[in-house]
Write a protein that binds this ligand. Structure first.
Ligand code: GAP
Length: 481
């Protein structure tokens, strides 16, 4: 995945303006781990709140859950992650670098003409799907794919590498005390399926939503917060009657695509990609892809997981994971006992943040014939913007800060405001542009005379006079539209 100029510019902007920092930076950082700064954390919280509301408020048949990161080790045996959560890897004997086989081939394919590239990728996906590693090795040799570091094709055999992090629990470090950091939040939902169903009294179909951290020992970490070792997922498992999965699969595909569009993402920058290589648990699966600066990449997975997870948990725990369905079938008989099927939607929160940043970021040339000028701006939808309103008194005297603080206080319970007195008004506007603040309000001497303020709009940079009491409704309207 090439880190093109735009991605580099976004990474620099995110650091400079307090959105995202490399983890433990004073120790030179930790690969594929990042920290969210003051404005990144607001952005992230806004996105989480929007997803949470959309799932648990907008859909009356979905409830929330917050399961723990540590789970009984048998969970990961039952889910298939101990045996199957692997990536095929290959090592270069000269550089000692390790690569994910699909990334190595994909990067090489970028150098080919469209037709040849497509043929290679189709072949690769098919071989990966059937785990034909000898043939994949032959494919790498046939194309003479070289290590980007050593520039040689001196490769090892392809081997499977498990992506789960493990650690020890308690003081006795024997094998029985080994536990895993969850690689997905979904299993916390599956093992609580009956707890939630019984306590919420929901009937099938119903869903359980969860936001939380997941951990994967990604070998090749690339693309900023696109591929991290510690990241957050927003997952929803929708429990359905077996046989109805096609209908719900189509329903959730549409719902989720529209959610991204509702954040201000243009429809043409989103697309579906059907999986050729299905995960160990799925009978139908696709990704919603977004056109990141490095090209179309997976943003969210929609998976029809059948009864794979609940059935396996039933087997491994020896606890029934069944549901009694009172609904009558076409013969007038209740559907009765069954293990529900599951339709899953799973979006990476950090990937969604990268999408929002990529879509919003612009280095705008404002040069005129008379002078050169430019600005960095984040054109966030007011819904997700970390700061909704900046309140800026023109000067620090003449009672202007007092009026500004009054406005700030009257808005701060409803949305995030920012107050600043320092610097010229032009510089303050530019700083707010860089943080993506949709509205700035300037309190000046005219405010004292007629109770109006200047509202400066981030995107158009236009300014208008508005009554003080109309500011709050104006911002609220923009957030909720
Ligand atoms: N429960 C299903 C599941 O975990 P997945 O396709 O492996 O499915 C779902 O992951 C989503 O999680 C992805 O679409 C992506 O947005 C996000 N994700 C996966 N691995 C990630 C990583 N290493 N860094 C950031 N986000 C990741």
């Amino acid at each position: 995945m090439a880190q093109d100029n735009t991605l580099q510019a976004i990474i620099s902007h995110a650091k400079e303006y307090g959105f995202i920092f490399p983890s433990s930076e004073i120790y030179d950082g930790l690969s594929a781990v990042y920290d969210y700064g003051p404005w990144g954390v607001e952005l992230k919280k806004n996105l989480k709140d929007l997803w949470w509301k959309y799932m648990t408020q907008f859909h009356e048949d979905i409830v929330g859950l917050d399961a723990s990161i540590f789970m009984h080790p048998k969970v990961w045996k039952a889910s298939g992650h101990v045996d199957s959560f692997n990536d095929p890897m290959i090592d270069n004997l000269d550089s000692k670098k390790r690569y994910r086989v699909d990334h190595l081939i994909e990067d090489y394919a970028e150098s080919l003409e469209d037709e040849e590239k497509e043929a290679l990728l189709i072949k690769m996906e098919a071989l990966l799907g059937e785990e034909k590693f000898e043939e994949l090795s032959a494919l790498i040799q046939e194309h003479n794919i070289k290590c980007p570091v050593s520039k040689t094709a001196n490769w090892t055999e392809i081997r499977q590498f498990n992506l789960m992090f493990s650690t020890k629990v308690g003081s006795v470090a024997d094998e029985s005390s080994e536990i895993y950091l969850r690689p997905e939040t979904a299993q916390g939902i599956f093992v609580n399926f009956l707890n939630v169903q019984k306590t919420s009294r929901l009937q099938i179909p119903f869903g359980i939503a969860q936001i939380g951290k997941a951990f994967r020992n990604e070998i090749v970490a690339r693309g900023f917060v696109f591929r991290m070792r510690e990241f957050e997922q927003m997952e929803m498992q929708y429990f359905i009657r077996p046989g109805t999965q096609k209908k719900w699969y189509e329903y959730w595909k549409e719902q989720r695509l529209n959610w991204h569009i509702s954040l201000g993402i243009p429809a043409e920058k989103l697309r579906f990609h059907d999986h050729v290589q299905l995960s160990h648990y799925a009978d139908m699966a696709c990704d919603i892809e977004y056109e990141f600066p490095m090209g179309f990449r997976e943003l969210e997975g929609i998976h029809s997981r059948t009864d794979f997870d609940l059935k396996n948990h039933q087997e491994h725990s020896r606890k029934k994971q069944q549901y009694y369905d009172h609904t009558l079938d076409e013969n007038g008989k209740p559907y009765g006992n069954y293990i529900p099927y599951v339709l899953e939607t799973s979006v990476g929160l950090d990937r969604a943040i990268l999408m929002i940043l990529s879509e919003a970021f612009e280095e705008e040339d404002l040069s005129t014939e008379k002078r050169e000028d430019s600005r960095s701006v984040l054109r966030f939808s007011p819904k997700v913007a970390p700061i909704k309103l900046a309140v800026l008194p023109l000067t620090r005297k003449d009672g202007l800060p007092e009026i500004a603080k009054e406005l700030f206080d009257s808005c701060k319970l409803d949305f995030k405001c920012f107050y600043e007195e320092k610097d010229t008004i032009g510089r303050r506007y530019r700083r707010m542009d860089a943080l993506g603040t949709p509205f700035c309000v300037t309190i000046d001497h005219q405010t004292k005379e007629d109770g109006t303020v200047t509202v400066r709009h981030r995107d158009s940079m236009e300014q208008e006079r508005v009554k003080l009491e109309d500011i709050k409704p104006l911002v609220l309207n923009a957030i909720h539209s």
